[in-house]
Design a protein around this ligand. Structure first.
Ligand code: TXA
Ligand code: MG
Length: 325
């Protein structure tokens, strides 16, 4: 198995692979990425092939310093600059008009490019040593759950990747928040690891894209995060009959109230992601829980919904996509 601990030496090996047009899986604070040289179209073609990703689905380009941004985009509106200064490195991706340096296949032929600076020492060091921007989607097969551990990457991609850098579990656990600055008003294309509230506090109101709005963005495709075991979002455990419960798992993002807990008896398994008011822990645990519940041979997974504020927005977004599978 091509998994190695992300030591200095192995990061060097990975950087050398990137420089020679190969692909490498690496950790970021959000999820593991499958990277290649963003300026090399042939290298990027490997990513699409390995992931079985349709060529109309553009990739995010990763940088290790804000100074790299002007080489990738033709203009940086002030609100975008403000967000980059405040939230990079971090789980924020901004979409701007691209320069010719970025390979056309990386952006699926769009005239725009999505850029982010990840908040992970291994990712930053890899980009630095590769001496070029790295285009990377999440390191999963197309339509599957994003990997938050090196193990998840290997389970899905196995021998198709020459090297997987293991940097431990991802801290954030949800993909980055994507904001487009292509039109005059900023547009939220995907809720993610950085909350909309934090963004709006700096640049004012951000419109949320309606489903299907904006450029084709299949990370937003409605069933992108679908697992094998069907999942349904419910308001209350009472919605599930006693009979169904015996072969179903109940997924709780946060603890139920005591009264609600009494109504939750009889499920084959209850998976609690985090303690009350620890949504960041729940986000970090969500995909790993989905990976293992998916292998648990339950007939169904029922997830109890939470309010859509802060990280709750991205968590509910991912649960709803899972449900559409
Ligand atoms: O946290 C993340 O964003 C992770 C890590 C690896 O950085 N990456 C990730 O990549 O989630 P991926 O490929 O799974 O999702 C990228 C999303 C897709 O929905 C894609 O359509 C959208 O970004 N995207 C990329 N370029 C775009 C563009 N020019 N305009 C609009 N959407 C774009
Ligand atoms: Mg993805």
């Amino acid at each position: 198995m091509p998994v190695v601990t992300a030591t200095e030496e192995n990061i060097d090996r990975a950087a050398e692979l990137i420089r020679s047009g190969r692909i490498v899986a690496f950790p970021t604070e959000t999820v593991y990425g499958l990277g290649a040289d963003a300026t090399d179209g042939d290298a990027i073609a490997h990513i699409f092939a390995v992931k079985e990703r349709p060529s109309f689905d553009p990739l995010i380009v990763h940088i290790c310093a804000r100074e790299m941004l002007p080489s990738l985009v033709t203009t940086i509106p002030e609100p975008a600059a403000i967000l980059a200064r405040r939230f990079w490195p971090g789980p924020l991706t901004i979409v701007l008009p691209k320069t010719p340096i970025v390979a056309d296949i990386a952006t699926a032929g769009l005239l725009t490019v999505a850029v982010r600076m990840p908040d992970h020492p291994v990712a930053l060091e890899l980009i630095k040593r590769a001496e070029r921007p790295i285009a990377a989607p999440s390191a999963n097969l197309f339509g599957h759950i994003s990997p938050t551990t090196a193990r998840h990457v290997v389970d899905q991609l196995g021998d198709r990747v020459p090297l997987v850098l293991d940097g431990g579990p991802c801290r954030v656990g949800l993909e980055s928040t994507i904001i487009s600055f292509i039109d005059r008003e900023p547009l939220l294309l995907r809720p993610g690891g950085l909350s909309l509230e934090q963004i709006e506090a700096l640049i004012g109101p951000v419109r949320q894209a309606a489903s299907g709005e904006g450029p084709l963005a299949p990370g937003r495709g409605s069933s992108h995060y679908a697992p094998r075991t069907a999942l349904t979002v419910i308001e209350d455990p009472n919605e599930v009959s006693q009979e169904e419960r015996s072969c179903a798992a109940l997924l709780l993002v946060q603890p139920l109230s005591e009264e609600q807990m009494e109504t939750a008896a009889g499920f084959a398994h209850i998976e609690l992601l985090a303690e009350a008011d620890r949504l960041e822990h729940a986000a970090a645990a969500l995909f790993a829980a989905r990976h293992h519940l998916d292998r648990g041979r339950f007939q169904h997974i029922y997830a109890v919904s939470i309010p859509e504020t802060g990280l709750g927005r991205a968590i509910m977004d991912r649960l709803r996509r899972a449900q559409n599978g």
